[in-house]
Design a protein around this ligand. Structure first.
Ligand code: HEM
Length: 336
């Protein structure tokens, strides 16, 4: 949707291409293993678009948006016989030095706005509607830091795909027609050791990231003894095709607790692309030459979701209701 259209109406849920924002909330919940909890989750998913309108219309210029991602286990409870081709839980990764854990999550809500108060209000009302059926496993409020820098001081998000490259990289197409318009989403919450990072001379920091710090220019490290983050996160197939993902990382933190982090979120048309990036970062290329960002950044979470298109989300909720998956025991259809 064009920016002009977004000036007139709230942003539809599941708009993967919604604009990057000044503020964001990343909310991950699990849904209790009871039909009543699933019913509440379905009702909340059904009402998501209306909730974006309810909160977002109060200031359209704040561009509130929300994308919900559904984890593999919850997907099986909603629609066991039809699932996005590649959807599976996040597989933990064990490199020689650093590891990426896999952590629980049935639903991810990626809430974005120019105004943190709109994110807050949306999350508050959303959790009211989910009620006691869910457990919040992680909740992070991110903020835009100067010129889109992470807390390590580097501009983050530059190489994101734009124009027609965005859907080509981030949105499932005809290769999985039932789920076209959706996107695989991987999140990881990282905590930084800013004290140790601050001891690293700027030229070495730049070699680790693969871009200059002040003016954000890409560094050619083809002949460097060790690959940078940027190069390890570049995935190219045997024919030389490069595969991008759409990232909307956000800094977060509590200086009083010495907590400084980056919330990584990546959207991809192909889950294997993000998995390959992670393998290259943690195992290294060649193996052992891992991403040195990890010496200063430790993942606390790691979860995979599928964000269906709005139409697929509606069909999913409808199908779960028709199957009786969300009925309380007393309301469940009697087996014949
Ligand atoms: C501590 C966490 C992370 C931080 C602070 C971080 C930071 C950065 C920065 C500063 C850049 C260079 C500018 C840009 O193009 O955005 C970058 C590039 C990139 N990062 Fe990360 N990143 C993190 C984790 C990840 C993870 C977990 C992945 C993938 C699984 C990833 C994928 C990428 C990709 C694809 C690029 C662009 C590479 C290219 O130039 O083509 N990043 N990241």
């Amino acid at each position: 949707m064009s920016a002009t259209q977004w000036d007139r109406v709230p942003i539809e849920t599941q708009s993967i291409d919604a604009p990057l924002s000044q503020a964001a909330v990343f909310l991950v919940v699990t849904v209790a293993n009871e039909a009543a909890a699933l019913a509440k989750a379905c009702a909340a998913l059904d009402g998501l678009n209306d909730l974006v309108k309810t909160v977002g219309f109060r200031d359209l210029s704040a561009r509130l948006s929300c994308i919900v991602g559904i984890g593999s286990d919850l997907w099986d409870r909603l629609l066991p016989d039809r699932r996005p081709r590649d959807l599976k839980s996040f597989a933990p990764i064990k490199g020689a030095v650093h590891a990426a854990p896999s952590t629980p999550g049935d639903l991810l809500f990626h809430i974005r706005s120019e105004r943190p108060d709109l994110c807050f209000e949306f999350e508050r009302l959303l959790l009211d509607s989910l009620d006691t059926g869910v457990t919040v496993v992680d909740e992070v409020s991110g903020f835009r830091y100067f010129d889109a820098r992470d807390l390590l001081g580097f501009v983050d998000g530059t190489a994101n795909p734009t124009g027609p490259d965005l859907p080509a990289s981030a949105i499932v197409g005809d290769e999985d027609a039932d789920f076209a318009g959706g996107s695989y989403v991987v999140v990881q919450k990282y905590l930084h050791d800013l004290g140790a990072w601050g001891q690293v001379p700027t030229p070495l920091q730049e070699a680790i990231v693969g871009r200059t710090k002040i003016d954000n220019v890409e560094i050619d490290d083809d002949d460097a003894p060790r690959k940078s983050h940027k190069s390890l996160a570049t995935v190219v197939d045997a024919e030389g095709n490069e595969y991008d993902i759409l990232r909307d990382n956000m800094p977060f933190g509590r200086p009083g607790q010495r907590e400084f982090g980056t919330y990584f979120i990546g959207y991809s048309r192909r889950l294997w692309v993000i998995e390959t990036m992670l393998q290259r970062m943690y195992v290294g290329d060649p193996p052992g030459a891992y991403d040195r960002l990890l010496d200063f950044s430790t993942p606390q979470t790691g979860t995979t979701f599928f964000a269906p298109s709005r139409a697929t989300l509606e069909r999913l909720v409808q199908a779960a209701r028709e199957r009786g998956a969300t009925a309380r025991p007393s309301e469940a259809p009697t087996p014949r």
